[in-house]
Write a protein that binds this ligand. Structure first.
Ligand SMILES: Cc1cc2nc3c(=O)[nH]c(=O)nc-3n(C[C@H](O)[C@H](O)[C@H](O)COP(=O)(O)OP(=O)(O)OC[C@H]3O[C@@H](n4cnc5c(N)ncnc54)[C@H](O)[C@@H]3O)c2cc1C
Length: 419
């Protein structure tokens, strides 16, 4: 094995990237992770609970974070993007741009900067459901446990207040972007997925009807570290909704939007029905679906939810969602294909099961890669020494993403051995 080139670059620090990085590092490779966000963990960190065990994301992620801390073979950079790649398997030259965090490693996450901060920013971690201070930590158990300053929101003397509040000399308002270069033998692409912009389906009311939320917003509403402290409250009046509709295939399996199935949405909605019932056993849930996709062992979870009291499963495609005149309630028009009639029903809140779009659709890698028409990477056509994992190749759940990541770690090690 070429010992000079036992280095692997992993682009994306979500569950797939972390797993691939750790498996390769624990087998002896040197691994560099570049993550665009200010924290590791990806979308899983935003879930309230996740399949298959329905445990909170901390239960899987904290183990990964500990493995990273304990392994000197892993180096990671947050707020980092690969801007250039050249070379071939065994000898890739990579340029990485690290954006300034304006907070250095002396940060102890004491919150003093946020307390002193007078400016606010839209909280992207909570999908716009609330705001944070311009000096913020993305979420309570974020790794690394370091604040970030959104300098685009700073104004007047607020920077000075922030500096004065920090007893640890951790604020660096003049931090500049850094350019790093690495030579690696293999590259693992793990930049995951983005939620589909469901506002494009204007018949579904998102962005126009206050109490229409997405499935990822529902995860944040249920999460104890979310915008409502874990109470499911509808956005218009912060009241707990009694009647909630879950609309499957919102934009998915639709040639005008996403012509594919996002694999996990049915299971995510069924899981969210249980969130609702746990908070309020008297609540009523109606799931509108075209076909329920509950692959493999997930079928039993479908049966469990289907048979719960106060749960109605309606086979029918939703045609229109509007606000009920004079109230904050939401009217759903759907065709019940089991009985063949069009129905109009009123709910307190609607959750749209919007699908997954590969992250490369919005920001492609600086590499000549082959994509499906929907933007997913085609593994078979990747150049030697480059591997893709997880949801970048197609919608997947965590378990399958992890299996795929372990496979990619092994393939990368083999590629290093050949170089
Ligand atoms: C509503 C909903 C609920 C779900 N619930 C479950 C569940 O209960 N159980 C389950 O198994 N699955 C669930 N999933 C699916 C789960 O979210 C995915 O399987 C998982 O996120 C895949 O991980 P990933 O690492 O492939 O991608 P991601 O989680 O998207 O991670 C990718 C990482 O790459 C980073 N990145 C993006 N671009 C770049 C770049 N250019 N450079 C560097 N970094 C970059 C991102 O910031 C992110 O950190 C759910 C999905 C949805 C939509």
């Amino acid at each position: 094995m070429n010992t000079d080139n036992r280095k692997i670059l992993v682009i994306g620090g979500g569950i797939s990237g972390l797993t691939a990085a750790l498996e390769a590092a624990e087998a002896g490779a040197q691994v560099i992770i570049t993550e665009k966000a200010p924290y590791l963990g990806g979308r899983v960190a935003q879930l309230h609970r996740y399949f298959p065990k329905l445990c909170p994301p901390t239960c899987g992620l904290e183990i990964q974070f500990r493995r990273i801390k304990e392994n000197p073979n892993v180096q990671f950079y947050t707020m980092a993007e690969v801007t250039q790649v050249s070379g071939t398997a065994g000898n890739f030259d990579v340029t990485v741009k690290v954006h300034p965090r304006y907070v250095n490693d002396r940060c102890v996450a004491c919150n003093a900067c946020a307390e002193a901060c007078t400016e606010f920013r839209v909280n992207d971690f909570n999908f716009g459901l609330d705001k944070t201070k311009a000096a913020y930590i993305p979420f309570d158990y974020a790794f690394p446990q370091k604040y970030v300053i959104d300098k685009s929101r700073c104004s007047g003397d607020c920077g000075q207040k922030c500096l004065e509040a920090c007893k640890y000399d951790a604020i660096e308002l003049h931090m500049t972007p850094q350019t790093l270069t690495f030579n690696v033998g293999a590259i693992i692409l793990a930049s995951g997925w983005e939620p589909y912009d469901i506002a494009r389906a204007d018949n579904l009311g998102f962005g126009m009807v206050a109490n229409v939320v997405t499935n990822m917003q529902m995860e944040r509403l249920a999460a104890s570290n979310g915008p409502t402290g874990g109470q499911i409250l509808r956005p218009s009046d912060q009241q707990p909704p009694k009647k909630v509709a879950f609309v499957q295939c919102a934009g998915s399996r639709d040639e005008n939007h996403l012509p594919y199935c996002s694999y996990i949405c049915c299971m995510a909605s069924l899981k969210q029905v249980t969130y609702l019932m746990e908070k309020d056993p008297e609540a009523e849930a109606t799931v509108f679906y075209i076909d329920i996709r509950s692959p493999g062992r997930y079928e039993q979870f479908f049966w469990k939810v289907r048979d719960m009291e106060n749960v109605r499963i309606v086979r029918g495609k939703v045609a229109k969602i509007t606000q009920e005149p004079g109230t904050d309630n939401v009217v759903v028009v759907a065709e019940d294909t089991a009985v063949g009639d069009k129905q109009s029903m009123t709910f307190d809140m609607v959750v749209l099961a919007s699908g997954m779009v590969p992250s490369t659709k919005a920001s492609p890698f600086p590499l000549p890669l082959s994509y499906t028409p929907d933007g997913f990477i085609i593994q078979e056509l990747l150049p030697p020494g480059i591997f893709a994992v997880g949801t970048l190749k197609g919608p997947l759940d965590v378990m399958k993403s992890n299996e795929d990541a372990t496979g990619a770690a092994l393939k990368s090690l083999i590629a290093l051995g050949r170089s």
